[in-house]
Design a protein around this ligand. Structure first.
Ligand code: PGA
Length: 250
């Protein structure tokens, strides 16, 4: 059985106190059966406070980013080593907002993935095409290229530790979701190319999540697709009520 995930990406939202309240409100209603692993992604500033609140719960924490270099004179950056020291177990890498607004290339993303794994963090690798790419029906070639340039550089053993999130850019924060069928088609494609590269066992065990305007209305249909192993939720993760409804859609 592939692990299922319900992940809330809080992006650059909430004060530290608001993040603490949200984490507490979510934790009060997440059961501990672990059928669905719940992860929240606070900002670096909120990270340790939220971790403390979630200490005796099954909810895990992911950083939204980490540096592509080990340590040193990189003003404003936070390293994978620093996250690992604080027992943060997951990190988002290659989110489309990082690629788009901060110019992160596949090469840089590869370096981040490498460092994250070197320090024992589980990367949640994000990929996905723009609207123009989708309109030209080039989404498969495009996403495959993203995988080949970064993920597929890793060995079988390394690759096994990576969670993938397919997030079409045109669906992020726009209220436009891919239909469940469109998402399933991409997920099946991703699993097929992973099988080709790493074999069917690894592909069958790889968790591939969907992200892009997931909300309490569409979550059930999305997570019921055969190759969709969970969701990465932005906007709808900022309110405990909607995030919990999404969690309960599994
Ligand atoms: P959204 O964001 O749910 O607000 O579209 C998803 C994401 O960027 O991870």
């Amino acid at each position: 059985m592939r692990q299922k995930y319900c992940i809330g990406n809080w992006k650059m939202n909430l004060t530290v106190n608001e993040a603490i309240s949200l984490a507490g409100a979510i934790a009060a209603h997440i059961d501990s059966n672990n059928k669905v692993k719940t992860i929240v992604c606070p900002t670096f500033l909120q990270l340790l406070a939220v971790k403390k609140i979630l200490e005796n719960t099954t909810i895990k924490i992911a950083a939204q980013n980490c540096a592509a270099t080990e340590n040193g004179a990189y003003t404003g950056e936070v390293s994978a080593a620093m996250l690992a020291t604080e027992n943060i177990s997951y990190v988002l890498i290659g989110h489309s907002e990082r690629r788009q607004y901060f110019g992160e290339s596949d090469k840089l993303i590869f370096q981040k993935l490498k460092l994250a794994m070197q320090y024992g963090l589980t990367p949640i690798f994000c990929c996905g095409e723009s609207l123009t790419t989708r309109e030209n029906n080039e989404q498969k070639t495009f996403v495959l290229q993203q995988l080949e340039n970064s993920l597929f550089q890793f060995s079988h053993d390394e690759f096994k530790n990576i969670i993938i999130a397919y997030e079409p850019i045109w669906a992020i924060g726009t209220g436009k979701t891919a239909t469940a069928e469109e998402a399933q088609e991409m997920h099946a494609f991703l699993r097929a190319v992973i099988a080709e590269k790493y074999g069917t066992t690894i592909a069958e065990n790889c968790s591939i999540l969907y992200g892009g305007s997931v909300n309490e209305q569409n979550a059930r249909q999305i997570v019921s697709q055969q190759d969709i192993d969970g969701v990465l939720v932005g906007g709808a993760s900022l309110k405990a009520e909607s995030f919990l409804k999404i969690y309960n859609s599994f």
